[in-house]
Every structure is written in structure tokens, then in C-alpha cells.
Design a protein around this ligand. Structure first.
Ligand code: ATP
Ligand code: MG
Length: 310
């Protein structure tokens, strides 16, 4: 099972759209894919579940918030496996090719970050290090303990647009990172900042591990940046328009890998898909513009599979 976090703390760059469509395309190719929604906005969740259905069957005790909360309560914590759900509409449209399962989020996940931050504080330096590790590896441990690695080819984690402790949990749990970005000035600046924060997290985490007993240092983390995926690309003559090209070039200059594949801009097809419960890449289409968006998503999945050696 390849664990991939979709991260960028800039909001609205297409993280959730990419997670849903990449997951759906991989499932269409016969892969078994688990999606984890780690964003309190729960956009990924509501791309697959109707809000009324979520309220009835998930809100109380079947979301990633309930799982984090269960560590603060007496008794054994919940198992992540009990949260996994196969959304009906997308499962029907996959027609037994592969599978696309989901662990849902909850608007109250925002409070989990505060609770985890509280768990970090106080005590001696040695205790603080231990707590830092325990708090940051909670999701990683949960995945390892609760999810059968043979059941899924991919676990894709849709992260919120921030670098809080829940996001850091995703990074610590990940083999790979993928960062969607819009080709504009502020997004390009954001990538540099993101890379520096990532490096700092990895180095702090591994330093703390080293200071602990040697059995734990085997758990050093090294999430690999697969690259930046540009989203919302406007094309002219099969190429990004000239206004967008400098930002793609600047990102290349940062030394971070950039995917050759990019996601084309198409407000019409992307705006309505979440409401239908089926990602764009799986939808029936009549228009050439929709077909060309699907081709760009297919190219992305092919490139990703090449990079992870699947
Ligand atoms: N390729 C695209 N072309 C046109 N619109 C897009 C494209 N990708 C995403 N969008 C639209 O842009 C908006 C933001 O997308 P999305 O929710 O995927 O971003 P996000 O990075 O997950 O946002 P957040 O940071 O809030 O979680 C949505 O309305 C979505 O429909
Ligand atoms: Mg999102």
C-alpha cells in the first residue's frame, strides 16, 4: 500500500478535486484505493456522500474526528477499519474494476488540532519529546495497526490547507507527498515555504526519535516529494497559456520535481461533479472539453504510477 498525502497549505488550489479524481482513475484501472479526508471542511467526504446521509450514518461515530477523539476517552480507541465506507454511486460506476473507499471527515476535526496541541505541552524536555512523537505518529500507528496493507494499493490523504498537527500526522504517515498548485505568483511562493516546513518537520521528528531508545529509531520518516502537479491550467494550442508558463518554470527552478501531466481548467465539469457523487474522470461525457480533462487526469495517474513503481 502506497500512502500519499495531497498537501499544500494554500487553499483552493485543487487538492480535493485531485484526490477524488486520482483515486477514481486508479480504481478505474483496477486498483484498490482508500481515501482519507483529513480536512474539517469535509469537501472530499461531501463529494461522495450526501450531507443528509452523512448526518444520519457518520456524524456521531464514524469519522476521522471520532477516531482521534477516541484516544481522549476511556477504553480502547476506535479502529480505523471500522470507519471505511464504500460510497454507492461511485462503486456502481466502477463496475467491479477496482474499489474506491472513503474514511469521512467532520467539521469538528478543527477541535482535534487544539486537543492534540494540548497533549503536546508541559513536563520535562524528555517527556515533551516523547509526547511530540506520540502525538505526531498517532495516524501512522493507526494505519499500521488497523488497515490491512494488502487490502489497498493506495491510501490517498486529502489534507486541509494548513500545516497543523493533523496535517503533520498525515505527513509522518506518508511514503509520498504530492502537491497541487495553481500557476500563479502566490502559489509558487507557497511551494518554497511548504518545502522548508516539510524539511523541518522531518528533521525534528527524526532527531527526537534518535534521542529516544534505539528501537524507535528504526521508524525514521522520509516521505518523498513526488512533485508539484499544476491544476487549473488554461491551454492555448495544447500548451499552458503564456501567462501561466513563467510560474511553472519558477517552480522547476526551486528544484522540486514537477509532474509533466497537469490538470486542465474546466469550471463547468469540475463544479458540478461533487454534487453527483462521481468524480469527473468517471463521468459519462459528450463534450470534447470534458474528454480532454479526462485525458489530463489519465496522464497524471500514469505518471504517478510510474513514479511509485506500481
Ligand atoms: N481543474 C479545475 N478547473 C476548474 N475548476 C477547478 C479545477 N480544480 C478544482 N476546481 C474548482 O476549484 C475549487 C477549489 O477546488 P478544491 O476544493 O479541489 O481545492 P482545495 O485545494 O481542496 O481547496 P481547500 O484548500 O479549501 O481544501 C472548487 O470549486 C473546484 O470545483
Ligand atoms: Mg480541499
Amino acid at each position: 500500500m502506497h500512502i500519499i498525502s495531497i498537501i499544500n497549505y494554500k487553499g483552493g488550489v485543487g487538492k480535493t478535486t485531485l484526490t477524488a479524481n486520482l483515486g477514481a482513475e486508479l480504481a478505474f484501472r483496477g486498483r484498490n484505493v482508500l481515501l482519507l479526508d483529513l480536512d474539517p471542511q469535509a469537501s472530499l467526504t461531501f463529494s461522495f456522500l450526501r450531507p443528509e446521509y452523512w448526518k444520519l450514518h457518520f456524524e456521531k461515530d464514524r469519522t476521522i474526528k471520532a477516531w482521534f477523539d477516541s484516544f481522549e476517552e476511556p477504553g480502547a480507541p476506535l479502529s480505523l477499519a471500522t470507519l471505511i465506507y464504500a460510497p454507492g454511486r461511485v462503486t456502481r460506476s466502477l463496475q467491479n474494476r477496482g474499489s474506491l473507499h472513503l474514511i469521512a471527515s467532520h467539521l469538528g476535526l478543527i477541535n482535534v488540532d487544539l486537543e492534540l496541541a494540548t497533549d503536546l505541552g508541559g513536563g520535562s524536555l524528555k517527556q515533551a519529546r516523547k509526547r511530540y512523537l506520540r502525538v505526531h505518529r498517532r495516524l501512522s500507528d493507526g494505519i499500521r495497526n488497523d488497515i490491512d496493507p494488502n487490502a489497498y494499493d493506495y491510501l490517498l490523504i486529502d489534507c486541509p490547507p494548513n500545516f497543523n498537527i493533523v496535517t503533520k500526522n498525515a505527513i509522518v504517515a506518508s511514503d509520498y507527498l504530492l502537491s497541487p498548485a495553481k500557476p500563479d505568483y502566490l502559489s509558487t511562493l507557497g511551494i518554497d515555504y511548504l518545502l522548508r516546513n516539510l524539511a523541518e518537520l522531518v528533521s525534528n521528528y527524526n532527531d527526537y526519535l534518535q534521542l529516544e531508545d534505539s528501537s524507535e529509531s528504526a521508524d525514521a520518516i522520509a516521505p518523498k516529494m513526488l512533485g508539484v502537479v499544476f491544476t487549473m491550467i488554461q491551454e492555448y494550442g495544447n500548451q499552458p497559456i503564456s501567462a501561466q508558463r513563467p510560474y511553472i518554470r519558477q517552480t522547476n527552478d526551486l528544484g522540486v520535481p514537477v509532474f509533466d501531466a497537469y490538470i486542465k481548467a474546466n469550471q463547468t465539469v469540475f463544479a458540478t461533479a461533487p454534487q453527483d457523487g462521481v468524480p469527473v474522470v468517471l463521468n459519462q461525457y459528450q463534450h470534447r472539453s470534458h474528454a480532454s480533462v479526462v485525458e489530463s487526469l489519465e496522464a497524471l495517474a500514469t505518471e504517478l504510477e510510474g513514479k511509485v513503481g506500481a
